[in-house]
Design a protein around this ligand. Structure first.
Ligand code: NDP
Ligand code: X2W
Length: 342
């Protein structure tokens, strides 16, 4: 019997990508769709690329509208998920694509989000050590942020093998859809086109504690992260360049072997053949994370680079992958590593 899924925030970028992927998922029947300012509109008016659902009408985002489903996806702004989630019963699988339940430390939440912490749910990054076990049978999933997905996948093999010191320097470029659909002056076409610009510089981006949390759990000790995001003139994609100081005596062969071991059986996190480097154009629309690593011997640092589609593996695809595990479905159901190119 099909699993009935509702999507809150169906008028947004993350909700729209989720629906595109759910339409290709053989085990899912798409139920209620909700919006906020767009409630009452036809989905086709705000997501014209989702033709199979064009005549669905967006309901207001309330727990009552979302009741009666097996799975509820929340693709809402930060801080909006908790009030809805607490009114959905314990038997409903709730998958939050926002940040509300990702962080374990309430102090981190207050510092970076400036409000009261709602709680902590199992983290939806199955590739991390113990990641799948945490999701199996779970009724609550916190889908990671898009940058933390790219960064954690690039660096966890190095920390799992004890190859690097507990500090990482990360510069990651993102496409503009990462910022959502609502209008923002710095996202005007005339500001973004033909220009790369950093933002959230100096340790203030809210994804920094999430990266430290994931890498620290793998390393078994706190990991300091210096993270600089960069806005790139493209609609989708993240390219994360991550480096960490290599421990004494670490060789290029040991680095390669650690990454091959950690990623050997991963359906979506793929280590590229030596010499080939990830590119956002190669993962457009796909659930793949492409990863490559090198040892910079003169600087004494490991450099790991990953590319993901922020809307696919970075949120909607990652959400479906974790949902599949929680429901006991084959993990790859409805997902693909085939991208759209050129
Ligand atoms: N974009 C990305 O790459 C990623 C996004 N995410 C997360 O997914 C969530 C949605 O992001 P995204 O789709 O990009 O954002 P959008 O701005 O594109 O969409 C936001 C959605 O939330 C609805 N909404 C807006 N305000 C409220 C409110 N006060 N109460 C209830 N619903 C509201 C909007 O409805 P309406 O338009 O009808 O007003 C819309 O459906 C966020 O938490 C984001 O952090 C996570 C990883 C990656
Ligand atoms: C380009 C851009 O602005 N990106 C967003 C990341 C959005 C995202 O994935 O993260 P959350 O789910 O935590 O919102 C940002 O830097 O805030």
């Amino acid at each position: 019997m099909a699993v009935r899924a509702a999507v809150a925030g169906a008028s947004g970028y993350a909700g729209g990508e989720l629906l595109r992927l759910l339409l290709g998922h053989p085990g899912i029947e798409i139920g209620t769709l909700t919006g906020h300012a767009n409630a009452g509109q036809r989905l086709g008016a705000v997501q014209p690329h989702l033709l199979p659902l064009a005549d669905r009408v967006l309901a207001p985002t309330t727990a009552d509208a979302l009741a009666g489903h097996d799975v509820v996806f929340l693709a809402l702004p930060h801080g909006e998920s908790a009030a809805v989630a607490e009114r959905l019963g314990p038997d409903v699988l709730v998958v939050d694509m926002g940040a509300d339940f990702r962080l374990a430390d309430p102090a981190d939440w207050r510092r970076f989000y400036g409000s009261e912490h709602a709680g902590t749910w199992p983290y939806g990054l199955p590739e991390l050590p113990g990641g799948r076990a945490a999701l199996e049978g779970s009724k609550r999933i916190a889908v990671p942020g898009c940058y933390p997905t790219a960064v954690s996948l690039a660096l966890f093999p190095a920390y799992a093998a004890g190859l690097v010191e507990p500090e990482a320097v990360i510069v990651a470029a993102s496409g503009t859809s990462g910022a959502g659909k609502s209008p923002k002056p710095h996202l005007l076409g005339s500001e973004v086109m033909g220009s790369l610009s950093p933002y959230g510089v100096g340790g203030v981006h809210r994804h920094t504690p999430e990266m430290s949390q994931s890498l620290g759990a793998v390393a078994g000790e706190p990991v300091t992260v210096s993270f600089t995001p960069v806005l790139a003139p493209m609609p989708r994609g993240i390219l994360a360049t991550c480096s960490a100081r290599a421990r004494d005596g670490v060789s290029a062969e040991a680095v390669r072997a650690a990454y091959e071991k950690a990623l050997a059986d991963e359906p979506f996190a793929r280590l590229l053949p030596a010499g080939q480097w990830p590119a956002t154009g190669s993962v457009y629309g796909s659930n793949a994370a492409q990863i490559q690593v090198a040892l910079d011997e003169s600087a004494g640092r490991i450099v790991a680079i990953s590319a993901i589609d922020n809307l696919a593996k970075g949120t909607a695809g990652g959400a479906i992958q974790s949902m599949n595990i929680a429901l006991g479905l084959p993990e790859e159901t409805g997902l693909t590593t085939a991208g759209v190119a050129p």
